[in-house]
Ligand binder design. Sequence first.
Ligand code: 6PG
Length: 246
Amino acid sequence: MSNYDLQVVSDAAELARTAAAYFVEQSRQAVAQINGCAVALAGGSTPKLLYQLLADPREPFRDQVPWKKMFFLFTDERHVPPDHPESNYRMAHEAMLAHVPVKRTQVLRMEGEKENAAEAAQDYEDILDELYGVNTPDLELVLLGLGEDGHTASLFPHSPALKESERPVVAPWVEKLNAYRITLTLPVLNNAASVMFLVSGVAKASILKEVLQTDPDPDRYPAQAVKPTSGNLIWLVDEAAASLLK
Ligand code: 6PG
């Protein structure tokens, strides 16, 4: 992969602090420029520490984020209700959104509870259409994680969703999970002003090396397909995850 910034920090705690500082910087810059900031929150477990840090009143970040000007989207969601242990919304809500001064209308939740995941994807697309019209959403910041199989958001290896070039949100069937997911598509991810991957732990060392240091094969490693058209791409990783990088 080319055209990205790789930042290696000591451990998961330092990764969360570094990401929090970047989150503050990007959100304040966006609010200064366009009086708002739309962020797509990553799911999974890695971002939880970051979200907790941003909301923690004992930490400097909380008072620095322009919460009232923020819009929170999600990169993807599981096909579950918002109170389900697997819900990305629930994780972000419990770690951050419930503890900071944002209105419900500032949080754009993917409705994973809908029986028909495709309908939930269409509903989210309708929300994005209201906000961005016919244009591809141009989010100020997208946070992403990296799965051990090279997936990111809910774009899994060899998924037809990787080929989606028009729709901003789709609901792919994920065979290995025996479940539907709802996910932003590459046109949205690659239209962002800034994309930050958060990768932590030795379990990610092998896939991180594959993604960053082998020839591009985005169908096999979807994270390689995240290449912002004009935005910044930052891989923020800790030493354990970076341990196999040359
Ligand atoms: C999800 C995420 C997914 C996640 C990776 C890494 O819904 O699970 O969107 O892409 O970021 O699987 O997950 P961890 O942070 O838990 O390792």
